[in-house]
Write a protein that binds this ligand. Structure first.
Ligand code: F6R
Length: 236
């Protein structure tokens, strides 16, 4: 594991964007696993700048996102599809048909999960998976549990996750209680993992995840078993 400590969110974002930049330069038709939430917003802004400067070409890139709230469709401004469109896809030359976010409105979410995992296989795997980390150690929406779940699956969100994500909604009551998330199989199958964490409140969970026991009670701890993980952390 490579651990990079920086002193600002701006630097964290620049370093993360440079790693993704290198990935796309090395393999223009790569598969990027992408995340939402507050952590990657700066990284996406940097990638947009690189694109606008003519340094980056997304035309052959495919992307597959980690998760989506159950019950929200892509037009809903709280959905992760909407987030991705607004924070990255609409500002670069990626083919929107090559971008995948789980369909939270699918009538059969289980079937949606199976098809999502098949898509990852059909892609030949994810080249680089970008991750944030929740205060309870979740990655994607893989919440603390008694076991690691391999497949893309439906989850009940933890109270702490609902509280943390309420800042994006009008009220806590509006936060969906369920989500569909890529499982640990999809995440761990990525060739490279890039985890970004910003803020002093993430320090404790990072320590637990990367220096504590590997346990499904701290979902991100499974990353200790991956051979190519880069963590970028900024306390500020
Ligand atoms: C989002 C996701 C989540 C977030 C995590 C941290 O797609 O998968 O695991 O990465 O909740 O969120 P932020 O970055 O808002 O602290």
């Amino acid at each position: 594991m490579k651990f990079i400590k920086t002193d600002s969110y701006a630097k964290l974002s620049r370093i993360a964007a440079n790693i993704i930049f290198a990935q796309i330069i090395n393999k223009p038709d790569c598969v990027l696993g992408l995340a939402t939430g507050s952590s990657p917003v700066g990284t996406y802004k940097e990638l947009i700048e690189l694109y606008k400067n003519g340094d980056l070409d997304f035309s052959k890139v495919k992307s597959i996102n980690l998760d989506e709230y159950a019950g929200l469709d892509g037009a809903n401004d709280q959905s992760y599809r909407y987030f991705m469109n607004k924070n990255l896809f609409e500002s670069v030359n990626i083919d929107i048909n090559n971008t995948y976010v789980p369909n939270g409105k699918a009538a059969d979410l289980e079937a949606e999960g199976k098809a999502y995992d098949q898509r990852i296989v059909d892609f030949g795997g994810i080249d680089l998976q970008l991750l944030g980390i929740g205060l309870d150690g979740h990655i994607g929406f893989n919440e603390p549990d008694c076991c690691f779940t391999k497949e893309t699956h439906v989850v009940e969100l933890d109270e702490s996750t609902i509280k943390a994500n309420a800042r994006f909604f009008e009220s806590e009551a509006d936060v969906p209680r369920k989500a569909i998330t890529m499982g640990m199989g999809g995440i761990m199958s990525a060739k490279k993992i890039l985890l970004i964490a910003n803020g002093a409140n993430k320090k404790e969970i990072l320590e637990k995840a990367f220096y504590g026991p590997i346990t499904p009670e701290v979902p991100a701890s499974i990353l200790q078993l991956h051979s190519d993980v880069t963590v970028i952390y900024s306390e500020n």
